[in-house]
Structures are given as C-alpha cells and as structure tokens.
Design a protein around this ligand. Structure first.
Ligand SMILES: Cc1cc2nc3c(=O)[nH]c(=O)nc-3n(C[C@H](O)[C@H](O)[C@H](O)COP(=O)(O)OP(=O)(O)OC[C@H]3O[C@@H](n4cnc5c(N)ncnc54)[C@H](O)[C@@H]3O)c2cc1C
Length: 476
C-alpha cells in the first residue's frame, strides 16, 4: 500500500485517537501513526481478563444522542447480528441507588416508590426543601453543592447525592465547581413529580444502550483493525516522553520503548489524547504560569474489585446493570452486575460477576494497598451492606485505572490559559477526555476525533469546534 506523504502522529490509542486515525484515512491524504504506551488499544475502555471471565473496567455503555456517532459505531460492529460473536447487543439500563439498604430509582424521582422507601416524614421534608430551593435558589450558583441544592433541595441532595459525589471526587461538594453538576446531573421538574405521583407505582421505563457482546474493547479493536487494513500505523509499548518544537510548531515526538531505548518520530500534525497535565511537561519553553496551572490539574483514579460469586444475597442476581452506593458506612461507590451487561462476559452464566468500584487519589490507602488487601476489603464492604455473603465468593481480581476522571477543581478554573497556549502551537490538536480535560464519554471522544480529522482535511486553522463538542448529561 502506498504511504501518504503528510503524517499525523496521534498520541494515544483510546477512542479519540483511534477515531482521529480512522477518519483521517477516510477524509484526507494524511497518514496516521498512532503511538500508544500500552500493548493494546482502547485506553480507558478496557475489557480485562478476570480468570475465565471478561470484565469491562468501568462499565461502558455505548449510548449517544448523536446519530452520527451511533451510525459510526455500527459500521464496525453490526447490531444483533445472528450467528456471529462480532455484534452489538441491545441492553436495558437499570441503575438504581442503594441507600438505607434499600433500592431507589435513578435518575432520582419524587414518586411513590421513593416515598415508600424513605417514609412519610423524610418525604415531606424533601418536598418542602425542594419547593424552598425553587422559590429561593442560591445565587450565584458557584459550587456543585449550590447546584445540587438548587436542583433537588437540601434534603434530597443530602439523601441521594452528597455521599456518592464526595466518594467520587474525594472532596466536599462545596469545593467542586458548579459546572460539573450542570454538565453531568439530570434535574427533576415539578411537572415530572406530579406526573409520577399520579402514575403511582407504574413500572420504571428502562433506557436501552448498545453493548459489544465481549465488552467495549471489542469495538475499539475492530476500529484499530480497520485503521491497519487501510494503511494506518501503530507503535505499541511506546511512551511519549518529549516533544520537539521549531517556532510555533511541533516537529517530532520522542518515544521511550519497553527496553528503555528512545526513538524520534517526525510528523506534520500532532494530535494528543494524553492527559494535558503530562503533555505540558513534554513541551519545551512553556511559560511558567502555564506549567503551574497544568501541574495543578487534578484527577481521580479508579479501582475495581471484580468478584465471581455463586450468587448474591437478596436474590440470586439483582436486575440492575449497575448500582450507585449512597451508604455512608462504606467506601464503595458503585457496583456493576456484569451478567446484565452481556452474559457472554461470563464463562459460566449460572455464576454472578460483579465489580465493586472505588474512586481514589494517588496517595490514598485504597490506591496503594496490595491487590489481596483491596479485594478482601471490597468483599467485606459488600457483605456489610447486605449484598453478598463472602462464603459465595469464588475468586476476585483487582484492576486500576489511573487518571480516570479529570477533576473540575484544583487549577481547573484557569484551564482557559492552557487551552489558549496549546492552541497557539499551530499543528498541535488536543482531543478526548484527559486530552481536553473534559469529563466526557466515548461519544464525545469520538466527536473530538472526527472534528480534528475534518479540520486537518479542510486545512482549517481554528480549533474552537473541537473544544466546543457538546457535553452529555448523565453520570457514568
Ligand atoms: C469508570 C469509567 C466508566 C465509564 N463509563 C462510560 C460509559 O458508560 N459510557 C461512555 O461512553 N464512556 C464511559 N467512560 C468514559 C470513556 O472511558 C472515555 O470517555 C474514553 O475512554 C475517552 O477516550 P480517550 O481516547 O479520550 O482517552 P483514553 O481512553 O484515556 O485514551 C488515552 C490513551 O493515551 C494513552 N497514553 C497516555 N499517556 C501516554 C503516553 N505518555 N504515551 C503514549 N500513550 C499514552 C493511554 O494509554 C490511552 O490508551 C467511562 C470512564 C470511566 C473511567
């Protein structure tokens, strides 16, 4: 296959980088070369092996309001294709909140099911404080706490949001920017409350989502296969450590291979999905204030105990795809029930495969502790909240995702300065979740990869369209 003359070096083989590579091949004459520090593609969308089973670390539902992205996914894996394992399946989403050892609807609804779970006194308090918040909202709305109180009222916020949000971010909701809540949390409206009370205990309408039969990496491997087939290139086990510049352009990337040797890769365009905090340390001559802001960007890590069981405690298996754990006497943030994502993740479908999920910082004991201690602690916590009995545990594995969540605190409020600086490097484009330091899902990572390919194909200098890819409004 003939090599194209102009080269784009794509840093990172996650969803954003893979999309950029694929779209450059479709839309332009530019040759993509993807550089990835891992030996595999997919980035945060990891399908890991847990004994004989597969575990989707994080639980990745393929859900988007953009038909462009939906159709793009389906060209790599068809939907409900018979007689093949290469297919998306359609899955129902049920993700309830677990609180007071009971289950509550998510998104939170002030309906009779919630009423039944919380009791009359607490429910009346919730309604009164909700109305108070609507009549007298906190102004200006600065923190996530302000946003959540204005949206749900103080009592509902304390009941269903405070503990989970603080587990996720590791700091008080008062210290998190209101922007996070506005982007990620669905509100409730008086009209919906009235309707749901009138409809009493009507069954909850389930959302559906697409899911590759063997977990999210199946889709991203398909994309990578097509990129290779169409002449794109990959270098794995290659950590980008430095970028060399000339004037206002990057001319090459220095990569460190697994054996410690370094190689220099030249290119015409550099598209980065690396955490922007790391990227800034790789560039020469960055002004001191930009270095400082980048150094102050913060993230949350993610640790998951994947546990194979004979059965759960309340029923053999819960119907949920995942549960938000609002109980304040444990540190678990969420529980995935993999059987309800795709039964094909399990070697033996009569068993139950769970992920007990935690959010932590680099220095937290949770992040530092050995795999054995971590899985034992997670199992003990799930037992404490009456979801499993450790006698039913067959095996357990620990998985870690570093920089899983870009945080909207720390130096984030000054992020605009980093954006302006990196935009001033003419042939550098930032894409993706940690690349742009945006709390986005796969669909927006895909959109950012598409946008950069379009810009390069049409020789557009302005990068604003990449920064302005829409934000979704749901929690993951
Ligand atoms: C717990 C969790 C649950 C989620 N659930 C969902 C969900 O249900 N639905 C959904 O749509 N999205 C979900 N997401 C979000 C989704 O995972 C991300 O939006 C998506 O992976 C972002 O893709 P990306 O390409 O921007 O970044 P990444 O996936 O982070 O890819 C970046 C790549 O860069 C590589 N890299 C980093 N540094 C270097 C270096 N120095 N040199 C070379 N390579 C490097 C990394 O190894 C990685 O492969 C979830 C995320 C998490 C953490």
């Amino acid at each position: 296959m003939h090599k194209r003359k102009v080269r784009a070096v794509i840093l990172g083989a996650g969803p954003a980088g893979l999309t950029a590579a694929y779209e450059l091949l479709q839309q332009s004459e530019v040759q993509p070369l993807v550089v990835e520090k891992n030996p595999f593609v997919g980035g945060l969308c990891l399908t890991a092996r847990a004994g004989d089973n597969l575990a989707d670390i994080g639980g990745h539902r393929f859900f988007t309001k953009f038909s462009k992205v939906h159709d793009w996914w389906l060209q790599f894996l068809p939907l409900d294709a018979p007689n093949t394992t290469d297919t998306f399946i359609t899955q129902n989403r049920l993700s309830r909140i677990y609180y007071l050892r009971r289950f509550f609807d998510y998104p939170v609804a002030l309906n009779l099911r919630t009423f039944h779970g919380l009791g009359l006194k607490r429910m009346l308090n919730i309604i009164a404080s909700y109305l108070r918040a609507k009549l007298h909202p906190i102004k200006p709305e600065k923190s996530a706490e302000d946003f959540l109180i204005n949206t749900f009222g103080k009592v509902l916020y304390r009941t269903f949001f405070k503990d989970y949000t603080e587990k996720l971010w590791g700091i008080s909701c008062r210290e998190i920017s209101a922007e996070w809540g506005r982007e990620r949390i669905r509100g409730i409206h008086l009209r919906e409350i009235v309707l749901s009370v009138l409809k009493a205990f009507r069954p909850k309408i389930k959302d559906t989502f697409l899911y590759p039969k063997y977990g999210p990496a199946q889709l991203w491997q398909k994309v990578a296969d097509k990129v290779l087939k169409q002449g794109g290139e990959f270098t794995f086990n290659a950590e980008v450590v430095r970028l060399n510049t000339s004037g206002d352009k990057i001319i090459s990337a220095v990569i460190r291979m697994a054996d410690g040797s370094e190689q220099t890769i030249e290119g015409d365009y550099f598209i980065s999905s690396l955490p922007v905090k790391d990227l800034i340390t790789m560039l020469p001559n960055v002004p001191q204030n930009i270095r400082q802001i980048a150094a102050g960007l913060q993230y949350r890590n993610f640790r998951s105990a994947v546990v194979l069981l004979n059965k759960m405690l309340k029923t053999h298996i819960l119907p949920d795809t995942w549960l938000y754990i609002q109980e304040s006497d444990v540190k678990i943030g969420r529980i995935q029930v993999y059987n309800n994502w795709s039964a094909d993740l399990l070697a033996d479908r009569t068993k139950v495969l769970l992920a007990l999920e935690y959010f932590c910082g680099d220095n937290d004991n949770l992040w530092q502790m050995s795999d054995e201690k971590f899985t034992a602690m997670a199992i003990a916590e799930a037992e404490k909240i009456s979801l499993i009995d450790d006698k039913d545990v067959i095996e357990a594995y620990s998985f870690k995702l570093e920089k899983a969540y870009p945080a909207y605190f720390g130096s984030y409020l000054q992020f605009e300065q980093i954006k302006n600086y990196t935009d001033s490097v003419k042939n550098l484009y930032l894409i993706g979740r940690n690349g742009m330091h945006k709390y986005i899902n796969m669909d927006h990572a895909v959109l950012s990869g598409m946008a950069v390919a379009e810009n390069i194909a049409h020789n557009l200098q302005d990068k604003e369209n990449i920064w302005n890819i829409d934000n979704s409004k749901y929690l993951d």
